[in-house]
Design a protein around this ligand. Sequence first.
Ligand SMILES: [Zn+2]
Length: 458
Amino acid sequence: MIPITIALFAALAALPAQDVVPVVKRVGLAVAMIDRAAIEDTVRTLVGFGTRHVLSRTDSDTQGTGAARRWLQRRYEEIAAASGGRLTVELQSATVPCARPGMPREVPIVNVIATLRGTTDPGRIYVVGGHYDSRNSNGADGEGVAPGAVDDASGTAVAMEACRVLSLLQFPATVIFVAYDGEEQGLLGSAAHAKALAEAGAEVDGMITCDIVGNTLGMDGARYDRHLRCFSYAASGNDSLGRSLARAATYAATTHVKEFGVELIFRGDRYGRGGDHRSFFEQGFPAVRFTEPREDFSRQHQDVVVRDGRRYGDLPDYADFDYMAKVTQVVVATLTELASAPRAPLVLSAQLRRDRYDTELVFQMPPGVERCEFVWRKTTEPDWTGVVDMRTAGLETVRNGRLRGTLPGVCLDDVVVGVRSIGADGSRSRVATPQEPDRFDQRRAATNRERAQPESGK
Ligand SMILES: [Zn+2]
């Protein structure tokens, strides 16, 4: 690291929140602070605990899950000490019955949670996490070696490094960094966290899980280190809150991260598999998963052995720490944009002008927010292709503070339109879209089916 960068960064971090520093500058300096060596140290230290299985020992300082979480807590506390009291660290414990068959007993599930409280809108929350628990070929083995370097010391290290860098800045919204426990046994730690947030009435505007973000050598021998996959859930259609969050990640990566991309995948997770973002989706929060492009299945959930001359096991020797640093850049860019930006507008309605092919959008801006822009894409396009500033869209006030923007030549029948808030520093919120008019009404469909089959239930 160059000392000048540190000095600049320190000067920037010390600026009062009301002094407007362009978000592009804040992200640029934060990204420059990401330390590949710190990420590697986290991964190798976690692997050094032998196993981090939920059933492993908790009474040792060098081996097992207890040692691992105490080390994670200490590292987060060191980061907090450098943050001037803005970052706080806590352990969240839950005793949950083990979901996996063959698990002999209930175990405590312990998440390590670091919270960077927002300055002016702390009730709006963004979460980034990885899971620190690991497993080998036998899901119920709490004693055998389970290094879990890529699954998921990599994601745990990415979340921690993002915390180290972002805790030097201030944001209007709150950012929470988590090392989750019990993912391998059925998303136990994240389920407890998401449930607690939902029960507290928290407004989680986005959750990113980084899970399996460290292998770049495909089983085909090719190198895949230029992008990450972003999986997002949707109950129906392609404009769920999760997809909106996913497109905020592509925006941040395109704007701030060089030579590295985010590939949108419109599926909740890899085929038939799961991760901690699911826990947040199930509570109704926008949530996505970041994962490497090509997983090496000879590493994940494997005993460390040599079979037929081939080494198996999730060892750090096969992890790509430069790649993890790139993933951290995407996380830092996405969270800096979203946590700096105002809330997204509230879209009330959209209609096509009947005298020409213009789209009108009626919406409400969050209080005190003065700038926004409109975006659109064809219904079959994955990401926004058109953008127009509100000044071009001829913004008018209709009534009760509601605004109407007109998108000239954008035919609503053929596109999805949306609007996002822009902060004074140029940061962008998620895009808010109007509800699709032909949403499938499940209740009505069920009633219709009942009417159509009066004999059913015999
Ligand atoms: Zn995992």
